[in-house]
Write a protein of this length. Structure first.
Length: 335
């Protein structure tokens, strides 16, 4: 069942100061983003967030794990992002709300469309604390090809993505693929050997994802200190660059434009570089052009590949996926 509520969505263009800074870095960022919720829903849209995604038909253990992770992240001051779907998504949102923290729902429809109907009360609770966001205009009904595209926004808003229960062909693995393309961390919760919903997380773990048993496994891997120390635009004018920022800017000036190239040039980890790039982008010091290449103050490169994540291996059969761009092209051709 799909119903539409009276829309209070705000259309925010990519040139607007209210546009979420992390999304400016992603492949094909929406030119206009629709945001419904509090008047100033900055929490959860500023990059200090983690996505928790997984199976719709989750087990009781999976639901409990997602709820616990959502609660623990919120208690640590980190917003929880998910897709408002049944199962793992709903449990993660609920855990964050229980802790009094913000949670962001990224939808594959207009932000005024209540879908799935069973999550209508959860949606109402989310709107009291944080935003519901999407790239489709109010009134747009959910369509199958919307959701793979939606997944790039879920990962794009976050420092990392956690997969809790997923089959080998789950959409949650699509979110993990986008995270890799965007230079985010990928985490996975292991499950019982041989269980269908364990295959997705286990495939990610075999390919190099971080194993998660408790929220501390996530917190220990994220560049939280670097992110929180990144100056806001209001503080930036009179603050000297750190040595690491100087090295990063010099690497870009010398021709290292992709995240991987910058990491190689500076000898730093990709997720640490991402935290600094986010702060620099907010301050207007760097920009990202087509193909995921970075430039100084408005002169990004326009060719070549994007900034990858920690280097999970793609399965030759495509189980972990051809690059997300190729998958989305298939969706467009068959939709």
């Amino acid at each position: 069942m799909v119903q539409t509520e009276t829309s209070s969505s705000r259309a925010v263009s990519i040139d607007d100061a209210a546009y979420p800074p992390p999304l400016r870095f992603i492949f094909e960022p929406p030119r206009v983003l629709f945001i419904e919720g509090p008047d100033h829903p900055s929490e959860g849209l500023d990059g200090l967030a983690v996505a928790v995604v997984g199976a719709r038909d989750a087990t009781a253990q999976g639901l409990a794990t997602a709820r616990s992770l959502g609660r623990g992240l919120a208690e640590s001051g980190i917003a929880v992002v998910s897709g408002l779907a049944l199962g793992i998504d709903a449990a993660a949102h609920s855990g964050a709300l229980e802790a009094g923290g913000p949670t962001v729902a990224v939808v594959g429809s207009g932000t005024d469309v209540v879908y799935p109907w069973r999550n209508r009360r959860l949606r109402a609770e989310i709107l009291r604390r944080g935003p519901v966001v999407g790239e489709w205009p109010p009134g747009t009904r959910p369509r199958p090809h919307h959701f793979p595209l939606r997944n790039r926004l879920i990962s794009g808003l976050c420092l990392g993505v956690v997969v809790v229960e997923a089959t080998a062909r789950s959409g949650a693995l699509g979110t993990a693929r986008w995270a890799l393309e965007q230079g985010r961390e990928v985490f996975a919760v292991p499950g019982p050997a041989g269980a269908p919903r364990s295959r997705g997380p286990h495939a990610l773990l075999k390919a190099g994802a971080r194993l998660v048993e408790t929220v501390h496994d996530i917190l220990d891997e994220l560049p939280l200190d670097a992110w929180r120390s990144s100056p806001t635009p209001n503080r930036a004018a009179n603050r000297k660059d750190s040595a690491s920022t100087v090295d990063l800017l010099e690497a870009i000036r010398s021709g290292a434009q992709t995240v991987d190239a910058i990491a190689q040039r500076t000898g730093r980890k990709v997720h640490e570089i991402w935290a600094d790039l986010l702060g620099l982008e907010v301050r207007g010091r760097v920009v990202r052009g087509l193909g995921g290449r970075f430039g100084i103050g408005g002169s990004p490169g326009h060719a070549g590949g994007g900034g990858g994540g920690r280097g999970l291996d793609y399965d030759a059969r495509g189980e972990l996926g051809a690059p997300p761009q190729a998958k989305e092209e298939r969706w467009r051709r068959t939709s």
